[in-house]
Design a protein around this ligand. Structure first.
Ligand code: DGL
Length: 279
């Protein structure tokens, strides 16, 4: 593979275990259309949500290195599971060795910052993959930023397969959405804010909206991450100057490009052409 590690400027890397990060990429591109992007989906090894810590860390680090090799100075982990299980170690242990000037950012911190202005009573529910819930990452971040908040996390193992099998807007999904929303509200009936802490879940938004009381805020991460990234680049001109602006997006997948292109349109609402890479 051609290595662009020595390039002084490059695109923004966006990584996800598969398709879900496309919901984040879509919001980022809408907010910042001038930049160049490389999206990498590790579809061959997805889902990450049920995998162990070590595996998610190892796969995520490989992906980050791959994006660095392709010239990215900044990589967004557009995957809650990877952000929960790999981000801290990569930031603290790997980046100083690989290249201390490069940055890897996740989606959990900006989401937690945003809910401080959204929740009125501090009772927050998190829907996420079993891996993200087991990591306790939302609880840890929220306890730092909003120590008075009560957090209830709930794993929804069926939701990613439902979305990937194009069942999100079909009647069969109603059962699984109701099952999880009822379990969450039973655990804390005062919840006034629910975070969709998995990149696939915005595709189930209409059904989740229907299943919970009107006054409950349902937080999608895309716009939050996009706003946070724009703010980060305003505060870090040294990074902003290293990002190329051509308005292009390159799609890479570790699985079949045809399969990726087919399902990617569901998440992006547009057709894309993907290229296969080794993981
Ligand atoms: N993208 C993952 C997340 O946001 C969900 C898909 C998976 O389990 O790999 O947690």
């Amino acid at each position: 593979m051609k290595t662009n590690f020595d390039c002084e400027t490059g695109p923004i890397g966006v990584f996800d275990s598969g398709y879900g990060g496309l919901t984040i990429l879509s919001s980022i591109r809408q907010a910042m259309p001038d930049y160049d992007y490389i999206y990498l989906g590790d579809n061959a090894r997805a889902p990450y949500g049920t995998r162990s810590f070590d595996i998610v860390y190892r796969f995520t680090l490989e992906a980050v290195k791959q994006l660095f090799d392709r010239g990215c100075h900044l990589v967004i982990l557009a995957c809650n599971t990877a952000s929960a299980k790999a981000l801290r170690t990569i930031q603290q242990r790997d980046l100083p060795q690989i290249d201390p000037s490069r940055r890897v950012l996740g989606v959990i911190r900006p989401t937690v910052e945003a809910i401080g202005d959204i929740s009125r009573n501090g009772h927050v529910g998190i829907f996420a993959t079993p891996g993200t819930v087991a990591s306790g990452s939302y609880e840890i971040e929220i306890s730092h930023l909003h120590p008075d908040f009560k957090v209830t996390s709930h794993a929804c193992p069926m939701w990613v397969p439902l979305v990937e099998n194009r069942e999100a807007d079909r009647p069969g999904a109603d059962y699984f959405v109701r099952q999880e929303t009822e379990a969450l509200m039973k655990a804390d009936n005062d919840i006034d804010t629910i975070v969709l802490g998995c990149t696939h879940y915005p595709l189930l938004y209409p059904k989740i909206r229907e299943a919970v009381a009107e006054g409950i805020e349902i937080v999608k991460q895309g716009d939050i991450v996009a706003r946070s990234l724009a703010d980060y680049l305003r505060r870090h001109p040294e990074m902003d100057n290293r990002l190329t602006r051509g308005g292009t997006t390159t799609y890479l997948t570790t699985e079949s490009p045809e399969k990726f292109s087919d399902l990617a349109s569901l998440f992006l609402g547009e057709d894309v052409k993907a290229e296969r890479v080794e993981n």
